[in-house]
Design a protein around this ligand. Structure first.
Ligand code: COA
Length: 266
Protein backbone atom coordinates (compact mmCIF):
# COMPACT_ATOMS: atom_id res chain seq x y z
CA UNK A 1 0.00 0.00 0.00
CA UNK A 2 1.41 3.40 -1.01
CA UNK A 3 0.81 6.42 1.19
CA UNK A 4 2.47 9.79 1.57
CA UNK A 5 2.41 10.25 5.34
CA UNK A 6 2.32 6.73 6.72
CA UNK A 7 4.08 3.46 5.93
CA UNK A 8 1.87 0.40 5.87
CA UNK A 9 2.92 -3.22 5.51
CA UNK A 10 1.42 -6.59 6.32
CA UNK A 11 3.58 -9.43 7.55
CA UNK A 12 2.71 -12.59 9.45
CA UNK A 13 -0.97 -11.50 9.76
CA UNK A 14 0.08 -8.21 11.41
CA UNK A 15 -0.60 -4.86 9.80
CA UNK A 16 2.15 -2.38 10.70
CA UNK A 17 1.16 1.26 10.45
CA UNK A 18 4.02 3.72 10.94
CA UNK A 19 3.33 7.45 11.23
CA UNK A 20 5.95 8.95 8.95
CA UNK A 21 6.33 12.73 9.12
CA UNK A 22 9.44 12.82 11.31
CA UNK A 23 10.37 16.41 10.34
CA UNK A 24 7.26 17.62 12.18
CA UNK A 25 7.36 14.92 14.87
CA UNK A 26 4.67 12.96 13.01
CA UNK A 27 2.08 15.72 13.49
CA UNK A 28 -1.30 14.50 12.30
CA UNK A 29 -2.40 16.67 9.41
CA UNK A 30 -5.73 16.06 7.66
CA UNK A 31 -4.16 13.89 4.93
CA UNK A 32 -2.42 11.70 7.52
CA UNK A 33 -5.71 11.14 9.33
CA UNK A 34 -7.40 10.21 6.03
CA UNK A 35 -4.58 7.80 5.19
CA UNK A 36 -4.84 6.25 8.66
CA UNK A 37 -8.56 5.73 8.07
CA UNK A 38 -7.76 3.92 4.80
CA UNK A 39 -5.22 1.69 6.56
CA UNK A 40 -7.69 0.83 9.34
CA UNK A 41 -10.46 0.18 6.81
CA UNK A 42 -8.04 -2.12 4.98
CA UNK A 43 -7.48 -4.04 8.24
CA UNK A 44 -11.25 -4.33 8.71
CA UNK A 45 -11.76 -5.77 5.22
CA UNK A 46 -8.70 -8.03 5.06
CA UNK A 47 -8.82 -11.70 6.06
CA UNK A 48 -5.04 -11.69 6.26
CA UNK A 49 -4.75 -8.94 8.90
CA UNK A 50 -5.54 -10.14 12.42
CA UNK A 51 -3.68 -7.62 14.59
CA UNK A 52 -2.62 -4.01 13.95
CA UNK A 53 0.44 -2.26 15.41
CA UNK A 54 0.72 1.54 15.16
CA UNK A 55 4.03 3.31 15.84
CA UNK A 56 5.89 6.51 14.93
CA UNK A 57 8.98 6.91 12.72
CA UNK A 58 12.05 9.03 13.43
CA UNK A 59 12.83 8.07 17.02
CA UNK A 60 11.58 11.33 18.58
CA UNK A 61 7.81 11.00 18.59
CA UNK A 62 4.81 8.77 18.19
CA UNK A 63 2.94 11.96 17.21
CA UNK A 64 3.18 15.51 18.54
CA UNK A 65 -0.53 16.17 17.98
CA UNK A 66 -2.62 17.63 15.22
CA UNK A 67 -0.72 19.77 12.71
CA UNK A 68 -0.79 23.24 14.23
CA UNK A 69 0.42 24.99 11.04
CA UNK A 70 -2.46 23.48 9.08
CA UNK A 71 -5.01 23.98 11.88
CA UNK A 72 -4.14 27.66 12.27
CA UNK A 73 -5.47 28.33 8.74
CA UNK A 74 -8.76 26.45 9.09
CA UNK A 75 -12.13 28.19 9.23
CA UNK A 76 -14.61 26.99 11.89
CA UNK A 77 -16.24 24.90 9.13
CA UNK A 78 -12.82 23.42 8.25
CA UNK A 79 -12.28 22.73 11.95
CA UNK A 80 -15.58 20.83 12.13
CA UNK A 81 -14.55 18.69 9.14
CA UNK A 82 -11.14 18.02 10.64
CA UNK A 83 -12.69 16.93 13.93
CA UNK A 84 -15.28 14.72 12.21
CA UNK A 85 -12.50 13.00 10.23
CA UNK A 86 -10.31 12.46 13.32
CA UNK A 87 -13.20 11.29 15.48
CA UNK A 88 -14.24 8.82 12.78
CA UNK A 89 -10.69 7.40 12.66
CA UNK A 90 -10.59 6.88 16.44
CA UNK A 91 -14.01 5.23 16.43
CA UNK A 92 -13.04 2.95 13.52
CA UNK A 93 -10.06 1.76 15.57
CA UNK A 94 -12.26 1.18 18.61
CA UNK A 95 -14.90 -0.67 16.59
CA UNK A 96 -12.41 -2.70 14.53
CA UNK A 97 -12.98 -6.39 15.29
CA UNK A 98 -9.22 -6.95 15.60
CA UNK A 99 -6.84 -5.84 18.37
CA UNK A 100 -4.84 -2.66 17.82
CA UNK A 101 -1.56 -2.08 19.68
CA UNK A 102 -0.05 1.40 20.06
CA UNK A 103 3.75 1.23 20.41
CA UNK A 104 4.61 4.62 21.88
CA UNK A 105 7.96 6.38 21.84
CA UNK A 106 9.00 9.98 22.40
CA UNK A 107 6.31 12.64 22.28
CA UNK A 108 2.73 11.37 22.55
CA UNK A 109 0.94 14.69 22.53
CA UNK A 110 -2.58 15.96 21.82
CA UNK A 111 -3.97 14.08 18.79
CA UNK A 112 -1.12 11.56 19.17
CA UNK A 113 -2.34 10.73 22.67
CA UNK A 114 -5.93 10.63 21.39
CA UNK A 115 -4.87 8.10 18.75
CA UNK A 116 -3.12 6.02 21.42
CA UNK A 117 -6.21 6.16 23.63
CA UNK A 118 -8.38 4.75 20.84
CA UNK A 119 -6.10 1.68 20.58
CA UNK A 120 -6.74 -1.44 22.65
CA UNK A 121 -3.26 -1.94 24.09
CA UNK A 122 -0.70 0.76 24.79
CA UNK A 123 2.95 0.02 25.51
CA UNK A 124 5.73 2.62 25.68
CA UNK A 125 9.46 3.04 25.62
CA UNK A 126 11.11 4.82 28.56
CA UNK A 127 11.50 7.91 26.32
CA UNK A 128 7.74 8.38 25.94
CA UNK A 129 6.01 11.41 27.40
CA UNK A 130 2.33 12.21 27.32
CA UNK A 131 0.38 15.46 27.43
CA UNK A 132 -2.69 17.33 26.31
CA UNK A 133 -1.51 20.93 25.67
CA UNK A 134 -4.70 22.01 23.85
CA UNK A 135 -5.79 24.81 26.23
CA UNK A 136 -2.54 26.64 25.44
CA UNK A 137 -3.70 26.70 21.81
CA UNK A 138 -7.19 27.83 22.75
CA UNK A 139 -8.83 24.47 22.05
CA UNK A 140 -9.70 21.18 23.75
CA UNK A 141 -8.82 17.59 22.74
CA UNK A 142 -11.39 16.99 19.98
CA UNK A 143 -10.66 13.49 18.68
CA UNK A 144 -12.34 11.98 21.75
CA UNK A 145 -9.38 12.50 24.10
CA UNK A 146 -11.34 14.45 26.71
CA UNK A 147 -13.73 11.49 26.91
CA UNK A 148 -11.35 8.54 26.62
CA UNK A 149 -8.61 9.74 29.01
CA UNK A 150 -10.97 9.64 32.00
CA UNK A 151 -12.17 6.17 31.03
CA UNK A 152 -8.56 4.96 31.16
CA UNK A 153 -6.95 6.87 34.08
CA UNK A 154 -10.09 8.06 35.92
CA UNK A 155 -12.11 11.28 36.03
CA UNK A 156 -9.98 13.18 38.54
CA UNK A 157 -6.63 12.44 36.92
CA UNK A 158 -8.02 13.22 33.44
CA UNK A 159 -9.10 16.64 34.68
CA UNK A 160 -5.72 17.18 36.31
CA UNK A 161 -3.70 16.37 33.19
CA UNK A 162 -6.03 18.16 30.73
CA UNK A 163 -6.31 21.32 32.84
CA UNK A 164 -2.67 21.62 33.89
CA UNK A 165 -1.13 20.31 30.62
CA UNK A 166 1.47 18.62 32.85
CA UNK A 167 3.64 16.18 30.95
CA UNK A 168 3.51 12.59 32.15
CA UNK A 169 6.64 10.49 31.76
CA UNK A 170 6.48 6.79 30.92
CA UNK A 171 6.80 5.69 34.54
CA UNK A 172 3.87 7.91 35.60
CA UNK A 173 1.82 6.71 32.61
CA UNK A 174 2.44 3.14 33.75
CA UNK A 175 1.48 3.99 37.35
CA UNK A 176 -1.81 5.45 36.13
CA UNK A 177 -2.58 2.54 33.81
CA UNK A 178 -2.27 4.62 30.67
CA UNK A 179 0.29 2.13 29.34
CA UNK A 180 0.47 -1.57 30.11
CA UNK A 181 4.25 -1.89 29.90
CA UNK A 182 7.38 0.28 29.67
CA UNK A 183 10.40 -0.98 27.73
CA UNK A 184 13.91 0.47 27.98
CA UNK A 185 14.54 1.10 24.29
CA UNK A 186 12.57 1.62 21.10
CA UNK A 187 13.97 -1.66 19.77
CA UNK A 188 12.62 -3.54 22.79
CA UNK A 189 9.33 -1.66 22.42
CA UNK A 190 8.86 -2.90 18.86
CA UNK A 191 9.83 -6.47 19.68
CA UNK A 192 7.44 -6.46 22.66
CA UNK A 193 4.66 -5.23 20.34
CA UNK A 194 5.46 -8.14 18.02
CA UNK A 195 5.45 -10.59 20.91
CA UNK A 196 2.06 -9.39 22.14
CA UNK A 197 0.68 -9.56 18.60
CA UNK A 198 2.07 -13.05 18.05
CA UNK A 199 0.46 -14.27 21.28
CA UNK A 200 -2.87 -12.88 20.12
CA UNK A 201 -2.49 -14.61 16.74
CA UNK A 202 -2.74 -17.93 18.63
CA UNK A 203 -6.13 -16.98 20.12
CA UNK A 204 -9.50 -17.31 18.46
CA UNK A 205 -10.01 -14.19 16.30
CA UNK A 206 -13.76 -14.29 16.99
CA UNK A 207 -13.13 -14.49 20.75
CA UNK A 208 -10.69 -11.55 20.64
CA UNK A 209 -13.26 -9.51 18.71
CA UNK A 210 -15.88 -10.51 21.28
CA UNK A 211 -13.67 -9.50 24.23
CA UNK A 212 -13.11 -6.12 22.61
CA UNK A 213 -16.83 -5.67 21.96
CA UNK A 214 -17.89 -6.78 25.45
CA UNK A 215 -15.48 -4.47 27.31
CA UNK A 216 -16.27 -1.54 24.98
CA UNK A 217 -20.03 -1.93 25.15
CA UNK A 218 -20.10 -2.46 28.90
CA UNK A 219 -18.12 0.73 29.55
CA UNK A 220 -21.05 2.89 28.46
CA UNK A 221 -23.83 0.91 30.21
CA UNK A 222 -25.23 0.41 33.69
CA UNK A 223 -24.13 -2.89 35.32
CA UNK A 224 -27.31 -4.88 34.56
CA UNK A 225 -27.32 -3.89 30.87
CA UNK A 226 -23.57 -4.55 30.67
CA UNK A 227 -24.02 -8.06 32.11
CA UNK A 228 -26.81 -8.73 29.59
CA UNK A 229 -24.56 -7.55 26.75
CA UNK A 230 -21.80 -9.86 28.00
CA UNK A 231 -24.23 -12.82 28.06
CA UNK A 232 -25.35 -12.08 24.49
CA UNK A 233 -21.74 -11.90 23.27
CA UNK A 234 -20.75 -15.02 25.29
CA UNK A 235 -23.65 -16.93 23.74
CA UNK A 236 -22.45 -15.98 20.26
CA UNK A 237 -18.93 -17.32 20.74
CA UNK A 238 -20.13 -20.32 22.77
CA UNK A 239 -22.39 -21.33 19.87
CA UNK A 240 -19.49 -21.42 17.41
CA UNK A 241 -17.85 -24.54 16.04
CA UNK A 242 -14.46 -22.97 16.82
CA UNK A 243 -15.24 -23.16 20.56
CA UNK A 244 -15.81 -26.95 20.34
CA UNK A 245 -12.65 -27.44 18.27
CA UNK A 246 -10.45 -25.32 20.58
CA UNK A 247 -11.74 -26.97 23.77
CA UNK A 248 -11.21 -30.41 22.20
CA UNK A 249 -7.69 -29.43 21.20
CA UNK A 250 -6.93 -28.35 24.78
CA UNK A 251 -8.19 -31.67 26.22
CA UNK A 252 -6.27 -33.66 23.59
CA UNK A 253 -3.01 -31.83 24.40
CA UNK A 254 -3.56 -32.50 28.14
CA UNK A 255 -4.06 -36.20 27.42
CA UNK A 256 -0.89 -36.28 25.33
CA UNK A 257 1.24 -34.55 27.95
CA UNK A 258 -0.14 -36.86 30.72
CA UNK A 259 0.72 -39.95 28.72
CA UNK A 260 4.21 -38.54 27.97
CA UNK A 261 4.71 -37.95 31.73
CA UNK A 262 3.58 -41.53 32.48
CA UNK A 263 5.98 -42.95 29.85
CA UNK A 264 8.83 -40.86 31.27
CA UNK A 265 8.10 -42.15 34.81
CA UNK A 266 7.84 -45.82 33.70
N1 COA B 1 2.15 20.60 14.43
C1 COA B 1 2.97 21.06 13.47
N2 COA B 1 4.30 21.04 13.56
C2 COA B 1 4.83 20.54 14.68
C3 COA B 1 4.05 20.05 15.73
C4 COA B 1 2.64 20.08 15.57
N3 COA B 1 1.81 19.60 16.50
N4 COA B 1 4.86 19.63 16.72
C5 COA B 1 6.11 19.84 16.30
N5 COA B 1 6.11 20.39 15.07
C6 COA B 1 7.27 20.78 14.25
C7 COA B 1 7.94 22.02 14.76
O1 COA B 1 7.27 23.17 14.28
C8 COA B 1 9.32 21.86 14.17
O2 COA B 1 9.28 22.20 12.82
P1 COA B 1 10.40 23.23 12.21
O3 COA B 1 11.69 22.50 12.38
O4 COA B 1 9.98 23.39 10.79
O5 COA B 1 10.29 24.45 13.04
C9 COA B 1 9.56 20.37 14.25
O6 COA B 1 8.26 19.78 14.37
C10 COA B 1 10.37 19.94 15.44
O7 COA B 1 9.78 20.46 16.61
P2 COA B 1 10.54 21.41 17.68
O8 COA B 1 9.53 22.24 18.36
O9 COA B 1 11.66 22.11 17.02
O10 COA B 1 11.11 20.29 18.63
P3 COA B 1 11.40 20.46 20.18
O11 COA B 1 12.13 19.22 20.58
O12 COA B 1 12.02 21.76 20.47
O13 COA B 1 9.95 20.44 20.87
C11 COA B 1 7.70 19.69 21.24
C12 COA B 1 9.13 19.33 20.79
C13 COA B 1 6.83 18.47 21.00
C14 COA B 1 7.72 20.02 22.75
C15 COA B 1 7.21 20.91 20.46
O14 COA B 1 7.42 20.68 19.08
C16 COA B 1 5.73 21.19 20.65
O15 COA B 1 5.37 21.72 21.69
N6 COA B 1 4.90 20.86 19.65
C17 COA B 1 3.50 21.15 19.68
C18 COA B 1 2.76 20.13 20.47
C19 COA B 1 1.29 20.46 20.61
O16 COA B 1 0.91 21.48 21.14
N7 COA B 1 0.45 19.55 20.11
C20 COA B 1 -0.96 19.64 20.26
C21 COA B 1 -1.61 20.04 19.00
S1 COA B 1 -3.37 20.07 19.24
Amino acid sequence: MEFENIIVSVENNIEYIVLNRPKVLNALNIDTVSELREAVEYAAASDEVRVVIISGAGGRAFAAGADIAEMRELTPEGGREMIANGKALMREIELLDKPVIAALNGYVIGGGLELALACDIRIASASASFSFPEPSLGIIPGYGGSQRLGRVIGYGMAKYYCLTEERMDAARAYELGLVAKVLDTEEELMSEADMIAEKMLKRSPAALAAVKESIREGMSMDMDSALMAETRIFDRVFSSEERVVRMGRFLESRKKSLSLQRTARA
